[in-house]
Each structure stands twice: as C-alpha cells, then as structure tokens.
Design a protein around this ligand. Structure first.
Ligand code: HEC
Length: 210
C-alpha cells in the first residue's frame, strides 16, 4: 500500500512540472548554449556569399547524396593527416557562415571537398568526372551521374555546354551535353575554396596561448 503524502509519489502536477524542468534543461543545453557560443562568430574576409547559381548547385549536391560520401570538414593535424592529403587547414566555425544546412558529412568514402574549388578549378574536369568518374580516376567507386547529362546523336545547339571527355567514352558522332543542374553543381564545387587564413576566435587564442 502506498502511504499518502510520501514525497516521491507521482501525481499529475509533479509529472507536468518535472517534464517542464527536463524540457527547460534540454532546451538550454541544446539550443540556448550553442546559440550563445556561436552568436559572435565573425565572417572571414576571404569568404564570399554564394551566388544564386551556386546555391542551386548546392541543392543538387544535397539531392544527389554527395554528402553521404564526401565530408566538408578538414581536421586538425592532431586528429588526422588531412592537410598532408591536400584537403586544407582545419576548418573553423566562421567558414560555415553561409552554410544552411551545413554539409559537414560523416563518411569519407571519397576525399573531403571543403577546398575542391582550389584543388581542382577546371569545369571540364568536373563535368567529365561527374559523367564518368572512371574516365579520370581508374578504379573509382564514385557513381556516375550520367542522368544529369544528355547524350545526343547529332550536333549541339547554340548555347549548349558540350562536355569534352577523354577518347573512347562516347561513340563517334555523339555529343554529350551538360544539363542545367550539373552546370550549377560544378559552379558550387568551384566555389568551395576556404584557403584564406582561418579566423581565430577569442577562446581559441586563449587556448593556444596556454
Ligand atoms: C558512393 C560514394 C560517392 C558518392 C555518392 C559521391 N562520390 Fe565523389 N568521390 C567518391 C570517391 C571514392 C572519390 C575518389 C575517386 C575519384 O576521384 O573518383 C570521389 C571523388 C570526387 C571528387 C574529386 C575529389 C578530388 O579530391 O579529386 C569530386 C569533386 C567529387 N567526388 C564530387 C562528388 C559529387 C559532386 C557528388 C554528388 C553528385 C559525389 N562526388 C558523390 C565517392 C563518392
């Protein structure tokens, strides 16, 4: 038998108040605290906002699941040899100022792409590689995104972007035309360049100074 008035007894009021307290704690830890920590992060001078075209490409990147195989977060040398791999310096919060949602990624089936625009600026290379990765990197396990292109038996019309592939990947007389989505995607990839000096936050300076 329960003794009425025992302090741990659950009644409606205690359940309601208890759940509100837990919700308040969770909200401060998961919403308020991160907001306060990130609120005064400045925009690095070298970082440009995305153009409309690049933003369209960013949507294509999300829609085609590039983030499942590619990260966008080079790590500190103490955590891995990312800089030696040519992926760039460790990223800091300010580098993501214009990224909503951010595309940090968790898997690295392929290389980190945070600085691919600096490492590989060529439009032709990107278009060809997206059509057939194995034409550029033998043995690549990256899927072909051929459905973003049109293969046509005949000449290209004016204003269309013809893709130049290494010989042997399309039949003679055919032309490969890049669709609007893949053109925006390449504009986005070319914009991924965070090679300017990292913006130091105050807390980081204090930490480094210690
Ligand atoms: C199944 C995993 C997978 C998916 C999905 C994928 N990739 Fe890749 N990607 C790779 C691998 C593996 C490589 C390395 C081999 C190569 O160069 O093809 C690579 C290489 C690349 C490179 C060259 C990187 C460098 O440093 O040279 C670019 C650019 C790239 N991918 C872009 C994309 C884009 C854009 C998408 C989405 C449309 C995408 N990838 C989807 C696995 C993937």
């Amino acid at each position: 038998m329960f003794n009425k008035g025992v302090y741990w007894e659950m009644d409606e009021l205690r359940i309601v108040i208890g759940s509100m307290v837990i919700l308040a704690i969770a909200t401060s830890v998961l919403v308020v605290l991160p907001y306060l920590l990130l609120e005064d992060i400045k925009t690095p001078e070298g970082l440009k906002p995305y153009t409309q075209e690049q933003l369209k490409g960013r949507k294509v990147y999300i829609a085609n699941g590039c983030v499942y195989c590619h990260s966008q977060q080079p790590r500190d040398p103490s955590l891995g040899p990312d800089a030696k791999r040519g992926w760039g310096r460790a990223s800091v919060a300010g580098d993501y100022k214009y990224d909503t949602p951010h595309l940090l990624g968790t898997m690295r089936t392929g290389p980190d792409l945070f600085n691919i625009g600096a490492r590989q600026p060529s439009k032709d290379w990107h278009l060809g590689h997206l059509y057939q990765p194995r034409a550029y990197t033998p043995g690549s396990i990256m899927p072909s995104f051929a459905f973003l292109f049109e293969l046509r038996d005949g000449p290209a019309k004016e204003g269309e972007e013809v893709v130049n592939l290494p010989p042997g990947y399309i039949k003679e007389g055919q032309v490969l035309i890049a669709g609007p989505e893949v053109l925006s995607l390449v504009k986005y990839l070319q914009s991924l360049d965070h090679t300017y000096p990292a913006l130091k936050s105050e807390s980081r300076e204090t930490r480094d100074g210690n």
